[in-house]
Design a protein around this ligand. Structure first.
Ligand SMILES: Cc1ncc(COP(=O)(O)O)c(C=O)c1O
Length: 454
């Protein structure tokens, strides 16, 4: 998936310029272009890993040239690598492939999803500027926006971005970023990116480029194969690669996909704040994560659909939110937005559900599963081959506090399930045991539909 048509040597397995559209993205994810102007490795079938913190410079003028060319290397000229934190080839290859996967101009990888989010916002805002963000966000993003950016004089306004009108009203002359996740972590709201872009375009219409607002979408839940926000109007995409893109729960990483005008600043931000992705992490994602993503996603969501359907029909379950169910509230937007580059609807691998009785039975169920289940693991994170379950209000979203939970509309008893690659029957078997135990332990009265859920 690396830069197209740059190699004129005719060597190696490359697509002739202009012919890449004849192949599916599923195959692009496996082969990429596997040839990069960032590094000549055309004789390898698997791209080699480069693990060198610093680079031999041969002469002081070569050293000076390297610094001169940073942060914007000249395309087509062999890069002068100096020091890992500035740039290095394994990560650079992953960046080319991620930019292509998203249909974006450039991608810059970071040490984690949070480092990527901090950079995406960090290159846009100055003291006095405003960020408008959705009312519900992943706990650490919430903490970044509520605890850290205001200390630097950045104003953060939280609204319900399901409503373009709320965005319209919150925009002021210093707004530089509109920030959301879709699907939202953890309640899986699917927010209409194109509708928000229309509002942002109106705001930007008579503004100088440096005063414009950027629409930023955290695409972690969907992954690039499941949704490409740039095609729907986002200016920038951020993603935690730690999740289903990495895929195996062994490495951390994050990416910002952005227009070229932000490339230098993103790379300088990374150099100076230091949140670089390790080459070993980049290599793992390049060699294992990305090539298997389409196949894993298809398998995960087939299982998720079966599990969600089973949960929806269980009498102890109050509500199931899964974009693959006919009952999903945002189905119309999801069907438009959550589509693979090969044209398939991609409802994803995450399920959000609540029980009758709310928080108490939710905690009890999770404790039971932690003790007794084989195929379901109580753990935070998501997008691994193992199915993971957690209680956002007490875990991933604990940073919201009581106020943030109420204002974000998060149910204290909401359960997040990240479906892996197990057989769906095994997952259902573990849930069945959990629900049977719950019924015996807490009794029908606690779990009856009449009781208000927390
Ligand atoms: C939606 C979302 N964005 C960002 C992050 C942060 O990613 P990382 O843990 O790689 O920093 C997470 C982590 O769970 C997430 O769920």
């Amino acid at each position: 998936m690396a830069e197209r048509g740059k190699d004129k040597s005719g060597m190696g397995a490359g697509l002739p310029e202009g012919r890449e559209k004849e192949y599916t993205h599923q195959s692009h994810y496996i082969h990429g272009r596997m040839m990069s102007w960032k590094w000549d490795f055309r004789h390898h079938v698997v791209p080699p890993i480069s693990q060198s913190v610093t680079y031999r410079l041969y002469s002081s003028s070569r050293g000076a040239m390297g610094f001169e060319r940073f942060p914007e290397p000249k395309e087509g000229e062999p890069p002068v690598y100096i020091y890992d934190r500035l740039d290095e080839p394994t990560r650079a290859m992953l960046e080319e492939n991620l930019a292509f996967a998203h249909g974006g101009e450039v991608a810059v990888c970071f040490a984690s999803g949070m480092a990527a989010i901090a950079a995406a916002l960090g290159v846009l805002v100055r003291a006095g500027d405003r960020i408008i963000a959705h009312r519900l966000l992943y706990g650490c993003t919430h903490s970044l926006l509520e605890n850290w950016l205001p200390r630097l004089g950045v104003e953060v306004v939280r609204v319900d971005l399901n409503s373009p009108d709320e965005l319209d009203q919150a925009l002021n002359h210093r707004t530089r970023a509109v920030y959301l996740e879709t699907p939202v972590n953890p309640d899986l709201d699917v927010i209409d990116i194109a509708a928000l872009r229309a509002v942002v375009d109106e705001y930007n219409a008579d503004r100088a480029p440096e005063e414009r607002a950027y629409l930023i979408v955290d695409n972690t839940f969907a992954t690039p194969y499941g949704q490409q926000p740039l095609r729907h109007g986002a200016h920038m995409v951020v993603e935690s690669l730690t999740k289903d893109v990495g895929g195996f729960g062994t490495v951390m990483g994050g990416v910002v996909v952005a227009p070229r005008e932000l490339y230098d600043d993103l790379r300088i931000f990374r150099k100076d704040f230091g949140g670089v992705m390790a080459p070993m992490s980049a290599w793992n994602i390049l060699v294992y994560g990305l090539p298997t993503l389409p196949v894993r996603l298809h398998a995960q969501q087939e299982t998720a659909r079966k599990v969600a359907t089973w949960l929806e029909n269980h009498p102890l379950v109050r509500e199931v939110r899964y974009p693959g169910l006919a009952s999903f509230p945002d189905l119309e937007v999801a069907k438009r937005q959550m589509v693979s580059p090969d044209g398939d609807y991609m409802p994803g691998f995450l399920i959000y559900f609540t029980l009758h009785g709310g928080l108490e039975p939710a905690r009890a169920l999770l404790d039971f599963l932690a003790r007794e289940a084989y195929s379901i693991t109580l753990a935070v994170s998501l997008g691994q081959v193992k199915t993971l379950i957690e209680l956002p209000s007490a875990m991933t979203h604990a940073a919201l506090g009581e106020e943030g939970i109420t204002e974000g509309g998060l149910e204290p008893g909401g359960i997040r399930l990240s479906v892996g690659l197990e057989n769906p029957d095994d997952l259902i078997r573990d849930f069945e045991r959990g629900f049977d135990w719950l019924r015996a332990e807490l009794g029908e009265r606690t779990l009856s539909p009449q009781r208000r859920s927390g």
